[in-house]
Design a protein. Structure first.
Length: 94
């Protein structure tokens, strides 16, 4: 057994992982948060990419990136945290 297998086994056996597996609605709630985080991240990126043709056409979107960047960062953070939580439920398998 390697060190990685040991660490993953400990992670999977943690109280948090057990709570994620045993609570009826916790895993689906975290999964929903993960999907919403990804949607927020990708939606923000779409807005930023659609801004480029508008800039080329002469329209200005001053401050749009200042508004969208924190939203994208929030979506990324939610996706990472919820992804790690879901990973802990069966870390050895993954």
């Amino acid at each position: 057994m390697t060190l990685l297998d040991t660490l993953l086994g400990e992670l999977q056996g943690s109280g948090l992982a057990q709570a994620m597996r045993q609570a009826r609605w916790l895993y689906p709630a975290v999964n929903t948060a993960h999907i919403l985080g990804l949607a927020t991240l990708y939606g923000s990126l779409v807005v930023l990419h659609l801004r480029a043709p508008a800039d080329a056409a002469g329209a200005t979107a001053a401050g749009l990136d200042k508004l969208v960047t924190p939203v994208a960062a929030s979506g990324f953070a939610i996706a990472v945290v919820s992804g790690v939580l879901m990973f802990t439920t069966d870390a050895v398998k993954y």
